[in-house]
Write a protein that binds this ligand. Structure first.
Ligand code: DGL
Length: 289
């Protein structure tokens, strides 16, 4: 039976899932979270489906042992290839990030064309296409894998070497726009990409398109649309305005599966650059899975 007072479990291959956590925390500051970053197996984006399914079952079993009330698969690669297997195996709400991202993109009722930036695993899985075509046949989706983006974030290159990031982003985005020049919305289909949004927008402008005319969908914002339909939220009356910072709670717990010496500086850097979470002061515990 669901323990409605339990924490919400949330996991990613690394630290990128903190972008999703921060977004939820901002809307539901009273909720407590248990975060797992599978740093021993990062990146998922270049692993086989079997490896990802195997890892995510281990993580979900751990989260269930901690009596969480629901689980968010914050990782797109895992949502793409493992979500169905997880949902079929456990009697607890488990949600991914793909369905809500497509739903948010389709809120623009005149949209004809969506661009997807994702990992190689996510793009090859066609999971976004499958969700989209189940909802509508009149919107196209063009996907580009951007494998170099994740190491740039995990290595903490967010605020330095921006020229390199911009050059890489231009290379990827050029092929997206060449495929289809009328992209109206871009789904940042990887937890790490919102952190690079400024550089992504700059690269689009440098390619001669206008980033201001494109809707950017990030998983953290999209999941807020219907999170409370899937996972019980205790206190919905504490909504704070989107320009406010979310603050971590001392009861929030962080685990990584391999040592991550830069966790505090890197996660603060990730989240502060996203202007959303302050007060990360918890050393993550090492989890052997
Ligand atoms: N978190 C992963 C995702 O959203 C990106 C990092 C990785 O490749 O593991 O797909």
């Amino acid at each position: 039976m669901t323990n409605y007072n339990g924490k919400i479990g949330i996991f990613d291959s690394g630290l990128g899932g903190l972008t999703v956590l921060s977004s939820i925390k901002k809307k539901y500051p009273k909720e407590k979270f248990l975060y797992v970053g599978d740093t021993a197996f990062l990146p998922y984006g270049s692993k086989t489906a079997d490896t990802i399914i195997n890892r995510t079952h281990k993580i979900v079993k751990f989260l269930i042992s901690k009596k969480v009330k629901g689980i968010i698969v914050a990782c797109n690669s895992a949502s793409s290839v493992a979500l169905k297997s997880l949902q079929a195996a456990y009697d607890i709400p488990i949600i991914g990030v793909i369905e809500s991202s497509i739903t948010l993109a389709l809120k623009n009722q005149s949209i004809k064309s969506i661009g997807l930036l994702g990992t190689t695993t996510t793009v090859n899985s066609k999971a976004y296409e499958n969700v989209l075509t189940a909802k509508t046949k009149s919107v196209t989706l063009s996907s580009i894998a951007c494998p170099l983006f994740v190491p740039l974030v995990e290595e903490g290159w967010i605020n330095k070497n921006t020229q390199i990031i911009s050059t890489i982003a231009q290379e990827y985005l050029a092929s997206l726009f060449n495929k289809n020049q009328k992209i109206e919305s871009i789904i940042l289909g990887c937890t790490h990409y919102p952190i690079l949004l400024t550089q992504i927008k700059k690269a689009i402008d440098q390619l001669g398109y206008d980033a201001n005319e494109i809707d950017f969908i990030d998983n953290g914002t999209a999941i807020l649309e219907d999170l409370n339909h899937h996972i019980h939220i205790n206190d919905e009356n504490h909504y704070i305005k989107s320009n406010n910072l979310a603050v971590l709670d001392t009861e929030d717990e962080f685990y990584v599966t391999d040592s991550q010496p830069n966790f505090i500086s890197l996660s603060s850097n990730i989240l502060n650059s996203n202007s959303s979470i302050k007060n990360i002061n918890t050393e993550p515990q090492i989890l052997s899975l």
